[in-house]
Structures are given as structure tokens and as C-alpha cells.
Design a protein around this ligand. Structure first.
Ligand code: ADP
Ligand code: MG
Ligand code: ZN
Length: 477
């Protein structure tokens, strides 16, 4: 039997507003438990929610950046259920009239470009956090997160494999970061992904029954959870079993997903319009103002890098995938006036060092000015490439000052003819056999002799000068 996989996503994204969606408590992450709370976000009787205008602005901004239509009115609904992290026993969300509809992101697949359609984006409030203590078998509740603003981005079931999902998420994250509506820190739960997945017989018209794997908080977990669920469903079907519409919990440590419960149906939540939040109009003028405030987006930047800076599509894509990285690149281009060399540094040493420390450019920064200084010094042949790399490592890791290190350690390149001549002559006289081999046409030996000369100059020789002078000296012999 030949199968096809069908995937749709629900992505929860915390907005980076200063305060919560319906009260003025702070949203900051990692504070003492239950310090950013008030009667509104802890559900006291008689309190009334007031919509934070910034939440609406950010949500509209995200919707526009994702090519959505923006609704004319805002309506909130109550989703009723009891859970200890939800003190009102209902979540304020938008079911019937989501803020944004019918957007899309273009992704790149092996078979070319593909449009992934976004069905809707709605606003809602986050819940608190339960902290299970295994020591005394108690569960503690931290309500700091209760009422933190979320947007939920729902796609159509347009994906057919994990790679497509990852490309979509990479692009989505970049767009949200560029527009500045979220910090997208997955490790802090700012971006959480639910994967809806079904399989069907190849070319079958109707979709199979789906499961929903909830709250994945890294791209790696998304990929593994998809691959796990794909093969689990195929196996079940091959065994003659029926897939039921279940909610699945992904255990990342063990690398398996297990069925938590049958998925609730929509009727069970008893949704209805929230009477505490009256209908409000969104003026078209304001929406237009918000549209104008959207900065250059990753795909636009990519095109500019290709057209103005002559980068390849591949180079532009990698740099633009991270706003922080491409901001550094922009600075380098201005300060060095050499986009190609700047791009080489970003894709080479800069990326290498980020993977060495295991951090993302969004979470760890270094001085672009100091790297520009190094790139310029290298271009002026004031230092050689090895020295440049070593200097940059110190800039990246310790924010060292390259100018001072060059002076203190005497790293300036040696390019005066007499010092190089002296070193070359010494190496040639100490390696007569190699010189003979070189003369006999064994060109490989040249590299060795240049290396020896570089060593003699303590790694600071100008390689082009060394080659030039060595040729002359050998001819003289
Ligand atoms: P719910 O909110 O109850 O999970 P929705 O109808 O809103 O249900 O669908 C949620 C997500 O499930 C969407 O991303 C949608 O694309 C996806 N989806 C719906 N049907 C399927 C299916 N048969 N296979 C895979 N994904 C699906
Ligand atoms: Mg769902
Ligand atoms: Zn509050």
C-alpha cells in the first residue's frame, strides 16, 4: 500500500507586548511565580477585561505580514473548560470571527515553490503554568503566564512531509521576528506548535482521520514527532486498525508520542460570544497605518541581497533566515563596502562559532564593528587570514578589541621585502633536497617551502609576497 501524509499546523505565538491582553500586568518571562498577577488575570468575580490596544496592533501586523485579510470587527468568544491553570474556567479566544483570514507563506520544496495557506489567525489569552513537584507529590500553580497575549496561526492541511513543515516554520519565525511582534523563543514557550497529521492511500480523494500532537517546542521535536506519528499511523492501518481523532503527547526525551485522550469536539467547549468584551470596529485607516509600519520582510531582503549585493540565492536565504544575523550583515556591508566578503564571513566563521557555542544569533550578539575592522584590515593586507580568524574568535567569544591585540601581540603582517627575503633564503638553504625536487618539477614541494617560510615569520608573513619572493630566489639558485 502506498501512503500519503497530510499535515496541518496550529502555531501558538506569544506576543511581545509589555503587558497582558486584558489587564496591565507585566508579561516578562522568568519572574518569581505569581508576582505578575491581578484580580483580572486570576479570574476574581466581578472583574472586567479591557483589550490591550497593542495586542490588537501586533496581531493585525502579523496578519498583514502573513498576507491575510483583516476582519472589520473584533469579537471574542469564551471557550469553556476547567483546568487548574485557567482560573476563570474559560479561555477568552476567537472562534466565530477570527481577526485574520486567508493568508499564506510561500515555501521551497524539492519540487519547487509551494504555497501554504493560512486559514486564520486569532487572538487569545495564555493559561498559567502547572509545576509538578515529584518530591512531595504536589502541584504548584504559577499564574504569571495567565493572560499573556497569544496569536494562534492555523494553516490548511497543505503539508505533505516534515521538511515542508520545517521550511514553513523557519519562514514564519523569521517573519514574526522581523515584524517585531514576538521574540519567538521556543525554549521559553513563546512559539509552540501543534501538528495535525493524517495518512491516506495515495491519490485517495478524502483525507484520513487525523491526530493532533500538542505543544512541540523545538523544530527538532516537530520533525521527530511527525516522523514518529507518520509511521505509527501507517503501521496501525496496515494492521487493519482504525485511526481515531486523538490528542497525542510527545515525550521528547524518550522520542515517542502517546495518546493522551480522545480529542474534544467543538461542541464540548460550549463556545459563546464573551459579553464582557463588546464588538469593536477596526478602522481601515488604522489597519493601513499598521501596514505601513511593517519593515522589510525576509523575502524582500533576500531579493535585495541578490540584486544589489550579488549574493547567491542560497547565501541570501541563509543570512535572511535570522533577522539578527542579517542585521549584522547589513552593518558589515556599510562598514566594509564589501558584501561578498561580509557574506563569506557570516556563512563561514560567524556561523561556525554560533554552532560551537550552541546558540542562535537572536540570543547572542557580538560587535559587527569589530568584525568590520578585521575584514578591512585583512583587505588592506595588514593581517593575514589566519590571524583574522583567530582575532575574530576572540571578538566573538570575549568581545576583545582586535586593534589592541594586533598592537600588543605584534600581529601586523610582515610584508617588507628584506624580512621575507631573509626568511626565504634561510628555508631554501636548510631544505636543499626539497629545492632540488621542486626544480625537477615536483610542484607540491612549493607548498611545503612556503609553509616553512610562514613558520619562520611566525605566521605573520604576507603569503602573496612570500610566493613572489620565493620564485625569484629559486631562479637565482
Ligand atoms: P481543531 O481546532 O479542533 O483542532 P480544526 O478544524 O481547526 O480543528 O483543524 C485544526 C488543524 O488541523 C488545521 O491546521 C487543519 O489544517 C488540520 N487538519 C484538519 N483536518 C486534517 C486532516 N484530515 N489531516 C491533517 N490535518 C488536518
Ligand atoms: Mg486543534
Ligand atoms: Zn493581571
Amino acid at each position: 500500500m502506498d501512503f500519503e501524509t497530510v499535515i496541518g499546523l496550529e502555531v501558538h505565538c506569544e506576543l511581545s507586548t509589555e503587558t497582558k491582553i486584558f489587564c496591565s500586568c507585566k508579561t516578562s518571562f522568568g519572574e518569581e511565580p505569581n508576582t505578575n498577577i491581578c484580580p483580572v488575570c486570576t479570574g476574581f468575580p466581578g472583574v472586567l477585561p479591557v483589550l490591550n490596544k497593542k495586542v490588537l496592533e501586533y496581531s493585525i501586523k502579523a496578519g498583514l505580514a502573513l498576507n491575510c485579510e483583516i476582519a472589520e470587527t473584533i469579537v471574542f468568544d469564551r471557550k469553556n473548560y476547567f483546568y487548574p491553570d485557567l482560573p476563570k474556567a474559560y479561555q477568552i479566544s476567537q472562534l466565530y470571527a477570527p481577526l485574520c483570514r486567508e493568508g499564506y507563506i510561500n515555501i521551497n520544496t524539492e519540487k519547487g515553490n509551494k504555497k501554504i495557506r493560512i486559514r486564520e489567525i486569532h487572538m487569545e489569552e495564555d493559561a498559567g503554568k502547572l509545576i509538578h513537584s515529584s518530591e512531595d507529590e504536589r502541584t504548584l500553580i504559577d499564574y504569571n503566564r495567565a493572560g499573556v497575549p497569544l496569536i494562534e496561526i492555523v494553516t490548511y492541511p497543505d503539508f505533505s512531509c516534515a521538511e515542508e513543515v520545517l521550511d514553513f516554520l523557519t519562514k514564519l519565525k523569521a517573519i514574526l521576528l522581523y515584524t517585531g511582534v514576538s521574540d519567538c523563543k521556543m525554549q521559553e514557550g513563546s512559539l509552540r506548535v501543534d501538528v495535525n497529521l493524517s495518512v491516506k492511500e495515495k491519490n485517495a480523494e478524502s483525507l484520513g482521520e487525523r491526530t493532533e500532537t500538542k505543544n512541540l517546542n523545538s523544530f527538532k521535536a516537530v520533525k521527530r514527532a511527525i516522523e514518529f506519528e507518520e509511521s505509527r499511523q501507517k503501521n496501525e492501518i496496515l494492521k487493519g486498525n482504525i485511526i481515531s481523532c486523538d490528542t497525542i503527547h510527545w515525550d521528547d526525551a524518550r522520542g515517542i508520542g502517546f495518546v493522551m485522550r480522545p480529542k474534544e469536539s467543538i461542541e464540548e467547549y460550549r463556545y459563546f460570544n464573551d459579553p464582557d468584551l463588546p464588538k469593536q470596529l477596526i478602522s481601515r485607516e488604522w489597519a493601513e497605518e499598521i501596514r505601513k509600519s511593517i519593515p522589510e520582510l525576509p523575502s524582500q531582503r533576500e531579493n535585495r541581497y541578490i540584486n544589489e549585493y550579488n549574493l547567491t540565492e542560497y547565501e541570501a536565504k541563509i543570512i535572511c533566515a535570522s533577522k539578527a544575523l542579517s542585521d549584522v550583515f547589513e552593518k558589515l556591508c556599510v562598514l566594509t563596502e564589501n558584501p561578498k566578503e561580509s557574506s563569506n564571513w557570516i556563512l563561514g566563521e560567524v556561523s561556525r562559532l554560533y554552532s560551537v557555542i550552541g546558540k542562535e544569533p537572536e540570543d547572542y550578539s557580538f560587535s559587527a564593528e569589530k568584525l568590520a575592522f578585521i575584514i578591512n584590515k585583512l583587505a588592506d593586507r595588514g593581517i593575514n587570514r589566519n590571524t583574522a580568524k583567530e582575532l575574530f574568535e576572540k571578538v566573538f567569544l570575549d568581545d576583545a578589541d582586535p586593534e589592541i591585540i594586533i598592537k600588543e601581540e605584534g600581529l601586523e603582517i610582515i610584508n617588507d621585502d628584506s624580512s621575507i627575503e631573509e626568511a626565504v633564503r634561510k628555508v631554501l638553504s636548510e631544505n636543499e633536497k626539497s629545492v632540488e625536487e621542486l626544480k625537477a618539477g615536483k610542484n607540491k614541494v612549493e607548498k611545503f617551502l612556503i609553509g616553512m617560510t610562514m613558520k619562520e615569520l611566525k605566521g605573520k608573513g604576507d603569503p602573496r609576497k612570500i610566493i613572489e619572493i620565493m620564485k625569484k630566489e629559486i631562479e637565482k639558485l
